[in-house]
Design a protein around this ligand. Structure first.
Ligand code: PLP
Length: 251
């Protein structure tokens, strides 16, 4: 029998529709994957500001995860987890599925600079989930917060990635798109290998939201198909670049 192409998306909703679970769902649909969804938080946002964040009650998060278990999934994407309780629930869930590839996108801030986590939950997220996921995908700012290493250039990314691995990560993709320079540099670090992925810089689009969400979910779809990490990251990168390029520049 053909294996169902279904993944599980855990994270927050974004009422503007640009980021969070709706972005995850869009890219998984593009890759012909069905997706079960477990909403951990509801956010009210525009492109300019975050109005409200509401954690979903723990019994509701657990029930959604139970439904996902009944439907089956080949890989897991974890986005926004708003509080200690949701992090602990997802930790317990991951412990029940140790062989399923999981990618953690540690979303700390929106692009409008609103905080999606408190300092305390950031530390808890790292201490509880880092060792349980196959890959963590921080941008330079998130890598800085996790590692304590200031990330301004290629050498800094390398040191930060090294530090994140020493905290227990199995693999880390540090996204350097927000650093200055003519090209964008991402760094994929695994225990014995480091890959630098360099791309030409696309013109910034003001309302191009949810690029990090889309990248992590596209990686999850590839991993669910049994692809290797480097191949998965390269394909996901191509898809996100296509998404950015298709967003009107003046919008
Ligand atoms: N809001 C939610 C619920 C998210 O999950 C994310 C990213 O994962 C964001 C906002 C941040 O997206 P952006 O960087 O486009 O603001």
């Amino acid at each position: 029998m053909k294996k169902a192409r279904r993944i599980l998306l855990i994270g927050g909703t974004d009422s503007s529709g640009g980021a969070g679970l709706s972005a995850d769902k869009e890219i998984s649909f593009q890759l012909h994957f069905a997706a079960s969804i477990a909403v951990a938080a509801i956010t009210a946002q525009t492109d300019q500001s975050l109005l409200v964040t509401h954690p979903v009650p723990d019994d509701a998060l657990r029930a959604q995860l139970k439904c996902a278990e009944q439907m089956g999934f080949g890989a897991i994407k974890i986005g926004m987890l708003p509080n200690r309780q949701s992090i602990a629930t997802v930790r317990d869930f991951l412990l029940r599925h140790p062989t399923v590839p999981a990618v953690l996108d540690p979303v700390f801030q929106t692009s409008s600079k609103a905080e999606l986590h408190t300092e305390e939950t950031k530390d808890f997220l790292v201490s509880e989930l880092l060792e349980l996921v196959s890959l963590i995908t921080p941008n330079a700012m998130e890598a800085e917060l996790i590692s304590g290493v200031s990330c301004k250039n290629k050498e800094d990314l390398e040191v930060a990635a090294e530090k994140i691995m020493s905290l227990g990560a199995r693999a880390v993709l540090v996204k350097g798109g927000h650093l200055s320079g003519e090209t964008c540099l991402d760094l994929l670090k695994q225990p014995t290998k480091t890959h630098y992925l360099e791309h030409s810089r696309l013109q910034a689009r003001p309302i191009c939201r949810g690029t990090g969400c889309r990248l992590a979910t596209a990686i999850v779809c590839q991993l669910s198909d049994g692809k290797g990490l480097l191949k998965s990251v390269k394909k996901a990168n191509e898809m996100v670049r296509d998404y950015i390029a298709s967003t009107p520049e003046g919008s």
